[in-house]
Design a protein around this ligand. Structure first.
Ligand SMILES: Cc1ncc(COP(=O)(O)O)c(C=O)c1O
Length: 451
């Protein structure tokens, strides 16, 4: 593409587009990177430059771009049909994919309700939990317990269970009430001299206290398992998820696990729940479900919950929810192909190797005086920059220091994105060891160049 063509595309973008989570004033003043193609773990700009996709195109790409098996599966599906509705009709490929999802999901999740984004998968879980109790003899169960710093999406229901003031506060009057439990954030919430183990016990105790107060009126607890992603990669202490599961089971409160970010191998297991042997009552998945190709999501649930919606028409127990593209055939075909690659490539075994590379190389970043903390579960990594390492004083939001580091990394051929003062690394599962090593080196150099 020549310079005039690129300039014209950028003009169209700046004149007509409104980008997500973006201050458009700054965008309009910036020189956007226009992506026109991809290959493997690289994005290709309009000027032909290649950039390592260090955040997996917002946490969804799995095996790399233009992966032949997924491309072929979508093409083959196009030769049959792109989409037909699941309202009143079945679809071969979406039925096949539902069966495969159940096969790889934690035990006990046997039913798949499709939608098209992480937010809708969460919205569905909330409505399902609520309605189930309304029509199964527990109509007092109307509350949800969610966590401080939680992020479950941007629709009004999923924002209601969100806990990031920066994103959510302005909508307060639109949201339903919830009970907020503390976020077990060791770096920010541990007391002076408190060990990981002591902190972990205290976190469980504090959750148990608040849970106990509300359990009898609670429809469900919703949690991002092991890692609160959008809050800036807050890793929960080991055993926390297990404890939440045990408490919710004891009091017959549903546990909704939001695996939108953590699912499909990102943490080193197919689903993060597996680390703690947890089977939730509902699991929300999206992002990596199609290998990062097409918008598809699913809310998986148990046979017991499914049964709670069955009845005669006159009983009005139907789950009155559905989206136009529910169970889209092209997306289901992509999802099936992606799951086949997990087996053919032994992707999870490969991720273990990448995790070792990260475990070896990341600690070196802590030598820098402004790197306060590094949190990682599998390939999900957050590097928190602080003004003062001793006091953990954060950089001012307006200074956008981590964003500056990310732009510096881009100039070195790596696309990454920050969340506040946290630099996020979320490479595709199909990255090579040398690509991961290069990613860490680039971030290290970029931090040094900016700070
Ligand atoms: C844990 C979690 N839940 C839900 C969502 C929302 O997903 P989507 O952007 O597809 O609506 C996200 C997105 O980052 C997420 O990280």
């Amino acid at each position: 593409m020549n310079e005039n063509e690129i300039r014209e595309l950028i003009r169209k973008d700046k004149t007509h587009l409104w980008h997500p989570f973006t201050q458009q004033k700054l965008w309009e003043e910036s020189q956007p990177l226009m992506i026109v193609a991809g290959e493997g773990c690289y994005l290709i700009g309009a000027d032909g430059r290649r950039y390592f996709d260090g955040v997996s195109s917002l946490w969804c790409n799995v095996h790399g771009h233009r992966r032949k098996e997924i491309d072929d599966a979508i093409r083959a599906q196009l030769g049959k049909i792109a989409h037909s509705t699941l309202l009143g009709l079945a679809s071969d490929v979406s039925a096949e994919f539902a069966a495969e999802l159940v096969r790889v999901a934690p035990a006990g999740l046997t039913r798949v309700f499709y939608s098209d984004s992480g937010s809708t998968a969460v919205e569905i879980a909330l409505k399902m939990a609520y309605q189930f109790h309304q029509q199964n003899g527990a109509s007092q169960r109307r509350k949800f317990i969610a966590f401080e710093n939680a992020y479950h999406g941007d629709t009004v229901g999923s924002v209601s269970v969100g806990g990031i003031d920066l994103f959510h506060k302005v909508y307060r009057d639109l949201l339903f009430e919830k009970v907020t439990a503390s976020s077990p954030h060791f770096y920010r919430a541990a007391k002076v001299d408190e060990s990981q183990e002591e902190f972990s016990k205290r976190a469980v105790r504090e959750f148990a206290q608040i849970f106990d107060l509300h359990a009898d009126e609670c429809a469900a607890v919703i949690i991002e398992p092991l890692m609160q992603g959008a809050a800036g990669m807050i890793a929960h202490p080991p055993g926390f998820l297990r404890a939440v599961r045990d408490l919710t089971s004891e009091r017959e409160v549903f546990l909704i696990v939001d695996e939108v970010a953590t699912g499909f191998g990102r943490t080193g297991k197919m689903f993060a729940c597996e680390y703690e042997g947890v089977s939730p009552d509902m699991m929300c998945v999206a992002k990596g479900i199609t290998g990062g190709y097409l918008p598809l999501a699913a809310t998986l649930t148990t046979e017991a919950i499914y049964e709670g919606f069955k009845g005669e028409l006159a009983d009005l127990r139907t789950f009155f929810h559905g989206h136009t593209y529910t169970g889209n055939a092209l997306a289901s075909a992509a999802g099936l192909a992606s799951l086949r690659i997990f087996e053919a490539d032994e992707t999870l075994a490969h991720v273990k190797v990448l995790m070792e590379t990260l475990a070896r190389s990341l600690p070196r970043l802590l030598e820098h005086e402004n790197v306060g903390d590094i949190r990682r579960v599998g390939l999900m990594t957050g590097i928190e920059l602080v003004k003062d390492k001793r006091t953990k004083e954060p950089f001012e939001y307006e200074r956008a220091i981590a964003a500056e580091v990310c732009m510096k990394a881009r100039s070195h051929g790596v696309v990454i994105r920050n969340l506040g003062n946290v630099i996020v690394l979320m490479p595709p599962l199909g990255s090579s060891v040398s690509e991961i090593a290069n990613l860490v080196d680039t971030v290290k150099d970029s931090i040094r160049e900016v700070l």
